[in-house]
Every structure is written in structure tokens, then in C-alpha cells.
Design a protein around this ligand. Structure first.
Ligand code: SF4
Length: 399
């Protein structure tokens, strides 16, 4: 059995195995798209037009590109199908972001003669053997001079990744593998992400060793997916942008409620049960806080009166206080000093790895040789902790 993977399908699998299964195995069409993806696609198509026209001898003006972007947006905009997750932004905000990405890029690289564009939106397939194929689409490949290539990828995301992310990310390494299969004279490849919102490029290079390791990693991932039995849903912040809520057991209920009015929601059985659970959970948290406060006062009361048990209505609370030895950091000079004393005292069997509880118990019962006891006092903190033992009693005190 074979498998076809792309950088984005691998990312989808890592983000959420269920989302990967629904999209790539079950081949279920997503419900629509997100506005980020909608805007990103149009920016990509606009830059595709720019470079395709360039290859055909035409240098588009910025106005032409902006018109293309605007017309496509108007033609394809469908509020029913494009989801806006971040409700504090309007479609116009996203439209402007995309337009600024295009104009910023245009002004920076005009007249686009830095290198010769060879591929624009180019499909590829890499055969890794054993039925494993890696596919994808490269935004653009340029040749700067003989043997020197550049792979360009445009990003319209709202976050600029740090350099560590770029060093570890697999996307452009995969594209380099595809490039090297097609050109025999590749000596050097610059891998460049264009973070268009930030007018910033991130550039990396991959050595032959890194590319070999990448191939191995891709094979391992492919085999892991092939052998996967359960594609579990994995909740994350990205769920808000997922278009498979209808098929996801973690989101089906939330989706069902989206179609209900306020009254219907409050009468829905699951909503009522979950609401009650939430109320009880909150009550328990409040009670636990109250219990801690009562314990503190009870301890003070018992200490002041030298009681070890305090009686209440139909119950009795026994209170015990223990010494708690706080060991110094493992293998610190203080820790080793105590260990030496343990060895000198011949307690290695019992305390060789310094068991805090056993040591605490021996401190409490004064069962340590004097020199070890003094080392413990010198190097360890000794705190107190108390335990409360609750027992219900038959009615003895009727108040
Ligand atoms: S909503 Fe979240 S958990 Fe469910 S399929 Fe989508 S990404 Fe996975």
C-alpha cells in the first residue's frame, strides 16, 4: 500500500491526525475556507500572475496587479463559505492586508530582475520508494546564475517565525529535493520565505547531509501514518480554523448549538448537563478553598490548646503534624556531606539514595546518630506539615 504526502498534509497530521484522515484519506471536502486562507490564495495568485507575465515578456504595473487582486476578491467572495475566526477584524481589514502584501512586495523587488524565474506554482512529485511519494507545489524557482538557484515561498500569515523554526522547518528542504531531481547543475540553493505582511525574508540553506536526513524523516513519518490505526482528534488553538467541525467528535456539539437560538440552547440536554457540571466544578473549587481556610484555623486552635483531636457535630478530626526534611539539591556539596554521614553511620542500605520520607521519620523519632542529625540540621530545611483525619461519629453532641 502506498502513500502520497505533502508538506501541508504532514503538518495537518502533526496538528491533528483526525483532520488529516478526514481530508486526505476520507477525502471529505472542507465546509468552506477561512478568510486567512482566502486572502492568502489570492495574494499567491496575484504574484503568480506577476511572474507568469514576466516569463512571457510583460511587466505588470502595480495598478494592474491590484486590480486583478480586487476583481478576484469581489468575484469569489462568499460570506457563507469564508469563515472569519477573529471577529474583531472585518473582511475589509483582510482585503487591505492582502493588498499591502502585494504592493510591499512589488515596491521592494521592482523591476524583478534579481534572477531569472524558471518555475511558477510548479507541481512536483518525489518518489521515495516503497510506495512513498512526496508531492507539492513550489511558489517560484529562480536561477541567479549557472548552478545557483533560489526557491521562493510567500507567506501571508500574521506571525513572523524565529530563526530556530526556519532552521528546523521541512518545507523548503522538500522543495530543494524536488529541484535537485530536475536540474543536474545544482551547486547552491537559497531557500527563501517571504513574510509579506512584515516585508521580511527568512533565508536558510540545506546541506546534502541535512537533505538525506530529511528524506529519512519523511519515510519514517510516511510509515507512521501508514501504520496508524486510530486517527484521534487533537484539540488545539487551530481548531477554530478547522473546516471539519461537522465530522469531529470534539466539535460536533458546539456546531449543533451554533444553529440554535438562545432558548433552544438552554433547553438542550447536553448543554444543561455540561452547564451543571461546570457549576458543580466551581462549587467544589470554592469548597476546597474554604476547607483549606478552616484547616488552617483548626490547626491553630489545636496547637494553642495542645489537642490532637477536635470534636464536631457527628464527627471528629484528628490532627497530626510531621517534620518534613527538605533535602539540598541532589549532588550539591551539602547533599554529598549528608550522604557521607549516612555511609559513616552504616545506613547505606536504607538511605543510600537519601529517601526524604525515611529521613524525616528518623528525624522525628530521633533515630539518627548525632553527627548525621547535626548534618541534617545544618544542611536541610526542616518544615512542618500537618494531616487531618476525618471520622464520622455517632451522634454524641446534639446541638
Ligand atoms: S476541530 Fe480540531 S480536533 Fe477536530 S478535526 Fe479539526 S483540528 Fe482536529
Amino acid at each position: 500500500m502506498g502513500i502520497k504526502l505533502s508538506y501541508s498534509s504532514i503538518e495537518s497530521y502533526k496538528t491533528c491526525p483526525l483532520q488529516y484522515k478526514l481530508s486526505k484519506i476520507d477525502k471529505i471536502e472542507p465546509e468552506g475556507t477561512t478568510i486567512e486562507a482566502f486572502m492568502g490564495t489570492l495574494v499567491h495568485e496575484t504574484l503568480e500572475k506577476l511572474y507568469t507575465d514576466l516569463i512571457n515578456g510583460k511587466l505588470d504595473t502595480l495598478r494592474e496587479l491590484e486590480e486583478f487582486y480586487t476583481n478576484e476578491w469581489r468575484l469569489r467572495w462568499n460570506p457563507e463559505k469564508v469563515k472569519i475566526v477573529k471577529r474583531n477584524y472585518t473582511p475589509e481589514n483582510y482585503f487591505d492586508v492582502g493588498k499591502n502584501c502585494i504592493s510591499g512586495y512589488y515596491r521592494k523587488f521592482y523591476p524583478f530582475n534579481q534572477a531569472l524565474p524558471l518555475w511558477v506554482e510548479k507541481d512536483f512529485t518525489i518518489d521515495l520508494g516503497e510506495g512513498i511519494e512526496i508531492t507539492g507545489v513550489i511558489d517560484r524557482v529562480d536561477r541567479a546564475e549557472k548552478g545557483k538557484y533560489e526557491i521562493h515561498d510567500y507567506k501571508t500569515t500574521g506571525t513572523l517565525p524565529d530563526k530556530d523554526w526556519c532552521e528546523e522547518n521541512e518545507q523548503l528542504g522538500i522543495y530543494q529535493l524536488a529541484l535537485q531531481e530536475q536540474f543536474d547543475d545544482v551547486e547552491e540553493v537559497r531557500l527563501i520565505w517571504h513574510y509579506l505582511r512584515f516585508d521580511t525574508e527568512r533565508e536558510v540553506k540545506r546541506s546534502p547531509e541535512q537533505l538525506n536526513m530529511l528524506k529519512e524523516k519523511l519515510r519514517t513519518t510516511a510509515l507512521e501514518i501508514l501504520n496508524q490505526k486510530e486517527f484521534e482528534p487533537k484539540k488545539s488553538v487551530l481548531c477554530d480554523w478547522c473546516q471539519y467541525w461537522k465530522h469531529c467528535p470534539l466539535k460536533k456539539h458546539a456546531l449543533k448549538l451554533e444553529d440554535f437560538g438562545p432558548e433552544e440552547i438552554s433547553e438542550e440536554e447536553g448543554f444543561q448537563l455540561a452547564t451543571r457540571y461546570g457549576e458543580l466544578h466551581e462549587k467544589i473549587r470554592e469548597l476546597e478553598e474554604e476547607l483549606e481556610a478552616v484547616k488552617k484555623k483548626l490547626l491553630e486552635y489545636a496547637r494553642a490548646n495542645k489537642y490532637l483531636a477536635v470534636v464536631g457535630r457527628d464527627c471528629e478530626i484528628k490532627i497530626r503534624e510531621y517534620d518534613n526534611v527538605e533535602l539540598p539539591e541532589k549532588n550539591s556539596p551539602e547533599y554529598l556531606a549528608i550522604k557521607n554521614e549516612i555511609m559513616a553511620a552504616g545506613l547505606t542500605d536504607e538511605l543510600m539514595e537519601i529517601d526524604r520520607f525515611k529521613l524525616s521519620s528518623r528525624v522525628k523519632n530521633a533515630q539518627l546518630p548525632a553527627s548525621l542529625m547535626s548534618a541534617v540540621k545544618q544542611f536541610c530545611g526542616i518544615s512542618k506539615y500537618s494531616k487531618f483525619y476525618f471520622s464520622q461519629k455517632k451522634k454524641e453532641y446534639t446541638l
